[in-house]
Design a protein around this ligand. Structure first.
Ligand SMILES: Nc1ncnc2c1ncn2[C@@H]1O[C@H](COP(=O)(O)OP(=O)(O)OP(=O)(O)O)[C@@H](O)[C@H]1O
Ligand SMILES: [Zn+2]
Length: 843
């Protein structure tokens, strides 16, 4: 070690300033370093002699576990801490005054956090001549950029003296960084790339200051378990063999941060004292978030340098860091925790589900939990050594892999090589691959092949919103965890908590509305809240409507009321007004359609606003419901038209004026009786439903009263009519898989409407399909009733082909349902034998 200690010929005070600057680039959550650097803040310098300095801790430094107040440093610039009974003694060593020397050494700094778990560091900072090029050190671009700024600052501070200052730090962690050893860093955004290049060029031109790694100071490495460069490279050679040396050297040059957990700030110059607090890394409800909060809002208010690394959005800031912060995914959480506690860890986990539901967050939490050293059941603890390493982004055994980059063969090879090597210090080596649907076929093949060969200590945690895009072989080899959409109520509760933490005023209804608009994605909801928080002091409904470009329920109900009540001129005035100032026609039509569907489904009767309940009460009659159902059809047709129209406002207004007419393609239900049946399917089933009346082969029976007989012209081909009804009904199914299934496997074989009740018979050719349809009967029935506009009873039949006659016949199965247009009820019928279901229940 001594061989690498050199002198620094700069005034110590300047060195300290430089150190403090560098220190400020550190993630505050890595308390270890912060505590160490608190020494500098509490130190009083006296430079009595040319080669000796004495230091005093002004108020002691309890955070660093120190009681002893004096630091002496005669020999070289560095720290040597000895724990003694009375306290600690730090020696600050000055160096012989040789200009060429360049070393700041910090060794054996042991810190004891409040938790009592010591974090040991043995670090060597090294000064070196430099060419200002970071690429060899595997820095992430963002870091490089910051280093660029830093080194410029350092450079300007010291250039008059012509000195070289280098602070050695950390390496990189993620697999892609392996590659950055060999080539310039490619940033994710063009802007970052430009910045990177600019800073690189400046550095090259000056050719003066070189920073290794991410954090650039002595103190930054305190707390890191990573050995010094030399030690590591020696070890690397032993570990990996010669052919890997270049790669490994790059990987293990120090212990850098390749990514920062949740992209939360790494520095808080504005609030240095917060660095010294020995807070657990998992925030729970308190500390970290609050601290982050301060700097976040200060940044927004312009109090903080905008270049400082504050969280850039509420969703970054509130990214869950432990399983209990993960909202609405309790099944996943229970299952993962149980796997950990039982030690049943497999090598490939696949998290899938809609966007913004917590897959990436859960991958990280799971990774932390896998390596957490706590003996408690609930992990990660956020306090143990492994957790601290992980949350500060310094774990060398957890690697985030960019799925696009890993498609490149050389990078893929690096990954596989890396995976073969056992974990450095942790129980598991974990590769987190987000958006794994972007992996190419060959990449999958390589990863899956190597999965079998890998040791038990390797875990891949991949996530994707598109499970269908993954190869079957991958899906079937993984443990799959589905992340469902998050419930609106969970979302609005979470938003409420965020508002409270951020000190935002809010109307609960506005939060509910945001939740409803975010389609089960908590991230979407948080983003919306984020934007709203910039608009005004209070999150209100009107602000939300304005931001989202929707109209309020009141306005919507008012417009619908006008349209249904034939108030032509007011309908036109109101519609234009809304479309001019608030909302575009497509959005308006979708809002109206949703509102009508809610009313028809009876949603507006219970848990809804006063206005909705009132409207629903005023439009409860059968005729009103028919009107609404008819209106829905008109809006649906109009929407298709609007998509290709240039004059959307006009066409929507025209459509609104048609809403009051009860004219419908389907027969009126009042006092009318109509039946569409495909008698083909009744063949050989003479006892089948009398309601269809279909008795003769290939004949259709339609029974209608006089007023509707005029429509019979349209019924010339009932099969086509049935198809059309079925098509429209399936279109209304919200679940796309159900829609697909019904279209492909199901058929509407008859439809009979009588006195406000329609009986629809559905037909499937496979018992499994029948049972699937039975499971979704509610959805099918409500879609049908939206199309038909009256109560619907559905019967689900199994069609079988007679082996003798080769004719299809319907075998009735024991399933009959009765559903109302407003309230669906299941009237389960005990095993109805073929033909015994001829009576229609009008319950
Ligand atoms: N279940 C959840 N609990 C708490 N916060 C969540 C949850 N889901 C999403 N969030 C919020 O949304 C942000 C993004 O979440 P995350 O990246 O984990 O979602 P994702 O499902 O991986 O999304 P994508 O599929 O787009 O990658 C988080 O930072 C967090 O603020
Ligand atoms: Zn832990």
């Amino acid at each position: 070690m001594d061989g690498r200690r050199h002198s620094v010929d700069i005034p110590i005070s300047r060195t300290l300033i430089a150190l403090r600057r560098v220190r400020s680039l550190r993630d505050p959550s890595t308390n270890s370093m912060s505590k160490f650097s608190s020494l500098f803040d509490n130190v009083k310098w006296e430079t009595n002699s040319s080669n000796g300095i004495s230091l005093q801790l002004v108020n002691g430094c309890p955070e660093a576990g120190l009681e002893h107040n004096e630091i002496r440093g005669p020999e070289y610039l560095g720290f040597d801490e000895r724990r003694e009974e009375q306290g600690h003694e730090f020696r600050l060593h000055s160096v012989p005054e040789t200009f060429s020397s360049r070393l700041i050494t910090c060794e054996n700094v042991e810190q004891v956090g409040k938790t009592g778990s010591p974090v040991r560091a043995k670090q060597v900072g090294e000064l070196d001549d430099c060419n200002g090029d970071f690429k060899d050190y595997g820095l992430h671009e963002e870091e490089v950029h910051r280093k660029g700024q830093l080194s410029e600052r350092s450079h300007s501070s010291f250039k008059d003296k012509g000195m070289n200052l280098t602070c050695m730090t950390a390496t990189i962690n993620s697999v892609e960084d392996v590659d950055s050893c060999n080539e310039p860093i490619v940033g994710s955004s063009p802007m970052e790339r430009v910045n990177h290049r600019a800073s690189k060029q400046k550095l090259q031109s000056r050719n003066q200051v070189k920073l290794y790694g991410a954090n650039g100071d002595v103190a930054s490495r305190a707390g890191s378990p990573c050995p010094s460069l030399d030690v590591v490279s020696n070890r690397s050679r032993q570990l990996y063999g010669d052919e890997d040396v270049d790669v490994v050297d790059c990987i293990h040059r120090g212990c850098g941060i390749s990514y920062c957990w949740s992209k939360t700030p790494r520095l808080r110059e504005s609030n240095p004292s917060s660095d010294f607090e020995d807070l657990p890394l998992l925030s729970g409800d308190t500390s970290e978030t609050t601290l982050c909060g301060q700097s976040f809002w200060k940044c927004i208010n312009g109090e903080i340098n905008p270049h400082s690394d504050t969280p850039r959005s509420l969703s970054q800031k509130f990214r869950p860091k432990s399983f209990d912060e993960l909202v609405g995914q309790s099944v996943v959480v229970r299952s993962l925790l149980s796997a950990i506690s039982k030690g049943r860890i497999t090598s490939f986990y696949l998290f899938h589900g809609p966007r913004g539901t917590g897959k990436t967050s859960a991958s990280k939490i799971f990774a932390a939990a896998l390596n957490c050293l706590s003996l408690e059941e609930f992990k990660p603890c956020g306090r143990c050594r492994e957790c601290i390493l992980f949350y500060s982004g310094r774990s060398r055994d957890v690697k985030e892999v960019d799925s696009l980059r890993i498609n490149r063969l050389d990078r893929l090879r690096s990954l596989v090589k890396n995976a073969v090597v056992p974990p450095v210090s942790s129980r598991f080596k974990i590769f987190i691959i987000d958006e794994c649907q972007l992996l190419h076929g060959e990449t999958w093949a390589t990863v899956l092949n190597s999965l079998e060969k890998l040791s038990q200590h390797i875990v891949f945690v991949m996530s994707t919103p598109e499970l269908d895009m993954l190869p079957r072989s991958a899906v079937s080899r993984s443990q799959k965890y589905h992340f469902p959409k998050i419930k609106d109520s969970d979302i609005s509760n979470r938003l409420e908590k965020i508002c409270v933490k951020e000190g935002l005023d809010y109307d609960r209804v506005a939060l509910d509305f945001i939740a409803a608009k975010s389609n089960g994605s908590l991230r979407d909801a948080e983003m919306m809240l984020d934007q709203l928080s910039l608009l005004g002091k209070k999150i209100t409904m009107s602000l939300t409507y304005e931001l989202i470009g929707t109209v309020s329920d009141d306005e919507l109900l008012d417009l619908l009321d006008l349209a249904l009540s034939c108030d032509t001129s007011n309908t036109v005035i109101r519609a234009r007004e809304l479309m001019r100032s608030k909302i575009d026609p497509m959005q308006l039509i979708s809002q109206l359609a949703n509102l009508i569907m809610d009313i028809l489904a009876g949603k507006c009767e219970e848990d809804s606003s006063e206005a909705r309940r009132k409207f629903s009460g005023n439009h409860a009659s059968e005729v009103d419901l028919q009107k609404l159902s008819h209106a829905l059809r008109i809006l649906s047709e109009t929407e298709k038209h609007l998509r290709v129209s240039k004059n959307q406002t006009t066409w929507l207004t025209v459509a609104l004026l048609q809403l009051s007419s009860v004219e419908s393609n389907l027969p009126e239900v009042n006092d009318s009786k109509m039946c569409l049946a495909n008698a083909q399917h009744k063949e050989g089933d003479s006892n089948s439903t009398s309601a269809t009346g279909g008795r003769s082969n290939h004949s259709f029976t339609c029974m209608c009263n006089g007023s509707n007989s005029s429509k019979l012209g349209k019924l010339e081909d009932p099969e086509r009519r049935l198809e059309s009804v079925w098509k429209r009904a399936t279109e209304l199914c919200q679940s796309s898989s159900l829609k697909k299934f019904l279209r492909k496997q199901g058929k509407l074989s008859s439809l009979c409407v009588n006195q406000g009740l329609a009986i629809a018979e559905l037909e499937f050719h496979n018992p499994n399909h029948v049972s699937r349809a039975e499971k979704s009967w509610k959805l099918i029935a409500s879609s049908l009733q939206l199309v038909v506009g009256c109560n619907v009873e559905i019967r689900i039949n199994l069609a079988v082909t007679d082996p003798v006659t080769k004719c299809e016949k319907v075998r009735k199965i024991s399933f009959s349902l009765f559903s109302c247009s407003r309230r669906l009820q299941l009237k389960s019928r005990a095993s109805t034998k073929s033909g015994s279901d001829s009576e229609v229940s009008h319950g």
